[in-house]
Write a protein that binds this ligand. Structure first.
Ligand SMILES: [Zn+2]
Length: 110
């Protein structure tokens, strides 16, 4: 099956491709871990948010102006627009927002 050079090269290329994919996956996992670790450090990673809505559906939306978003992952930060939210979602430690002190909330299981 591996008689000529071409198939060997092909295999090598396939192996290299898999290695790239593995590295990419490892990097993505590392980034996801770092993103989740932000919360362990006591900062919000803004993992969820709600946009302006009239009439408001959620408590957080009552404070919003059209176009704004409010973090619902714990800190309640108001973002100027979706770009602002995505930027802080991408890199929460660029402008770290401490999470409010954690209090047990048995009524809302996670
Ligand atoms: Zn937040």
């Amino acid at each position: 099956m591996y008689k000529d050079e071409n198939s060997g090269d092909e295999l090598e290329a396939i192996r290299a491709g898999r290695l790239d994919a593995d590295l990419e996956m490892a990097q993505m996992n590392a980034e996801a871990d770092a993103w989740h670790a932000v919360r362990d450090l006591g900062y919000c990673n803004h993992g969820s948010a709600v946009g302006y809505r009239n009439p408001p559906l959620y408590e957080a939306q009552k404070l919003l102006k059209p176009g704004q978003y409010a973090c619902t992952a714990g800190c309640g930060t108001v973002f100027a627009d979706d770009d602002d939210w995505y930027a802080q979602l991408d890199d929460p430690m660029a402008n770290p927002v401490p999470l409010p002190a954690r209090t047990p909330a048995p009524a809302t299981p996670h």
